[in-house]
Design a protein around this ligand. Sequence first.
Ligand code: ADP
Ligand code: MG
Length: 548
Amino acid sequence: VTTTQAIRVLPDALVARIAAGEVITRPRAAVKELVDNAIDAGATRIDIAIQAGGYDLIAVHDDGSGIRSNDAPVVFTRHATSKLTSLDALTQVRTLGFRGEALASLAAVADVEIRSRHRDEALGTRIGCAFGGSVESSPIARQSGTSVVARDIFARYPVRRNGVDPAAEGRAIRRLVGHLALTNPGIALCLSTDGRTVLQTDGRGLRAAFAALNGSESLPYMLDVGPLLADGVNVTGIVSGPAVHRGNRDGLVLSVNGRLCGAPDLQRAVERAYVDVLPRQRYPQAVLMVDAPPERVDVNVHPAKERVVIHEARALATALERDLRALLGRTTHLIAEKRSLALQAADLPGLRLAESGGQYATGEWGARIVEVGSLPRLRVVGQVEDTLIVCESEVGTLLIDQHRAHERVIFERLMAQESVPLPEACLLALPSATLALLDARHDDLHDAGWRWQEFGAGQLLVSACPAGLEPDDLLPIAERFAAETAHSIIAASACHAAIRKRRPLTPEAAAELVSALTATPTPTTCPHGQPIVLNLDRAFLERQFGWR
Ligand code: ADP
Ligand code: MG
């Protein structure tokens, strides 16, 4: 968005409607406002330099539209903006700034110099203002675009500089610029701190920006999202597959109409989509860019404009969660190349048999094709170690953990089905400690499909249980997992009922299991967040064998 309008001072009535607050509370806030201004000016390149966490210097250079020399006298005036003129316009805000406060606030707490040339004008202007003093301007020659340099921020406010940690502020600015680089992937952003380049993107799109920040090794694990159109809102971006996660929520980066911000409804939807795909207390990495009609978005709820409210976000959140689930369900785990694949040939029962002269019967193996479902078309080749089902597919050779596959199948069934009444209620005699445990877990077990009532001293009468389980399973499930929620009780039930490792399968059984697995929406990750399917993809084999 290039600013063609002149800068004007907002009328008082409009000022009163703008969420007010201290704009520049720390160097990070200044960097945010200056980069926002460069983006509003249509920059394709933004170079940021800071010294001492921004406390000594913040410099932001852009190649945007520039400032007209006529406007120079008012840039530092409070509520002077070229971006907003009327109250109506407040509901249609498309620019990042609209309050005309940032430069005024910055010039009140720092020594600020702007050098700018508007692209339609021959001469540029230097505008200076230090610590709320007078504004000076003079003509200069320079290329079109704008440079803002702020020095000695808070130098005249000892309270603000007391006890600050420039190194921590430097890290906060780096995190901020990283997030801005991800949500503005079309802009080449560069950050240097104390003379060292710490972050650089090339403006060639989201994947390139992500690789520049996180390393290109992580790229194959990032899945493309969207364009997802729901309820007039469009979402695009990338999210991590099940193999990539982190211990905090910093990896979830959101923008709404180009504005880096929090949107709690959508953040929760993303986390819900991953709830049984990632291990506990682990969070996905995601960059999601939301495009919504301006009248659906209220940016005027937070002084730093870092939180927005999307009106009626419920349908959008539901659609986003559903799409992410489907996307995650289609994703097989790639083998991380760091892990070695040193297979011990002697450990494979089939090879041992072959070595001792026995026949490695293939029988019907290989004849079975699993066509439809959430995984690609598969040919079930065989079973190894009595534990893994091997399948060939167009995306690569898949190794499927039979126990976890079964677990996923049972889990989905338990999640989908109501409890099944037993033809005849079953009486269980239990020690009192166990009864107390069951009592404490009563509501969760009820949600998971169990029904019982106390029947005299130390006895329970079980009248219904989840499909596929038996009354006797109640105890081991409750005890073994001491589960806290219905979700984990169901996961525990599935684990308990699933076929173990080291159980030979017939080709029929294996094909049946794989078919059932592909009928589930998330076949690649077990309810505990571990992989079910590993993909030895072609590129991986080529690299490992040196075929290329
Ligand atoms: P706001 O962004 O809310 O309008 P600011 O105080 O941040 O308020 O900026 C005031 C005005 O100065 C802007 O409206 C814009 O016209 C001009 N301006 C500031 N920075 C730049 C820049 N980098 N390029 C072009 N114009 C700018
Ligand atoms: Mg601004």
